[in-house]
Structures are given as C-alpha cells and as structure tokens.
Design a protein around this ligand. Sequence first.
Ligand SMILES: [Zn+2]
Length: 186
Amino acid sequence: MAVRTNSLPSPVQQSTGLLLHIGLAVLFLVQVILLANASGVDALTRPHGIDQIESTFGQECNSQANDAYYVAYAVDTGKSYTVRYHWKLRGIVGNVRYYQRIGGHLSNVLDGWWGYNCRLKRNGTDWSTHAYGIAIDGNTAGEHPWLGHNHYHVWTVAHRGVWTGQQFYDGINFNDPGHFQWATGY
Ligand SMILES: [Zn+2]
C-alpha cells in the first residue's frame, strides 16, 4: 500500500496559513484598540482630594466645567431644571440617566436639581465641587440638604444606587443628602 504524503501542507501553503493567522491577529488587535478609544470618554479615575480633582478636571469655574447639560423633569412639580456639569462626565452622567430610565427610577426625580455653580462650599472658604462641574444636587426640595441632615427623607437606597453605581460619592457621608459628587476626599 502506498504511503499517502500529499496530506502534508507544502511550505507555500504553510506560510500562507501563517500570514492569514497573523493578519487576523492584527485585525483583532486593531479592533480592541479602536473599542478602547471609543470608550475613552468614560476611562476616568475618580479623583481623591483637591489636587487630583484639579489635575483631572481643571481649575474651578473653567470653561469645560459647565460644558455638558441635561434637563431634569421633576415629576412632582412639573418643573424642568437644566443641570450643567463637566463635559468629561458626559458619558457617566449619561449612564445615570439611562439606568434611571430603565430601572424605573424616574418617579424619584423630584423637585430641585442643581449642577455647575461657580461658588464656595456652604459655610466654607474652599471651592465647592459644584464649581468644578462634578457635583449634582437632586431632590433638594425634599431632602433639605442645607439643614445638614444625615438621613434621607424621600430617596430610596435603590435610587441613590443609580448614582453610586456610576461612582458618584453620596453626600450623605458628610451630611449633604441629595448631593452626589464624582470625587472623594474633598
Ligand atoms: Zn451639592
């Protein structure tokens, strides 16, 4: 019986196959790099402390700090609020709004929404995180943040989880319920 040798690939076939594999690998890497760049808008690290806040988002009251906005519709009063914030957070705030909608939390969008504001901290001489466009206050009519409460009147844990799920730090940790900021240690 003759030994079949024609099932072995010739050197030409081998190198063609190798080139094909290298080509596919390069295409795959290019896709990975393109995807990483496309999501780069969200590839931020939440800053801790004022130095990191300024290196990530710039100086207080800079032109990018109020360069993104959305309109919050308060379902209890029917008022609408234009909430301005830092453009680098547009993907992250977009995620908050997305999960509010699909999670059935829009009924918790209640009166009083405030974002960017070139102001100092309440009762302080430091710039507020609102001056960097990285803080949003919600439901201020219901939560009375100016009274220094360390509890929520209205908002549920689930609703606050929409914000903290996107790495917003809950102001309840420093007696400012309804305030969410994209920074810690300040
Ligand atoms: Zn606030």
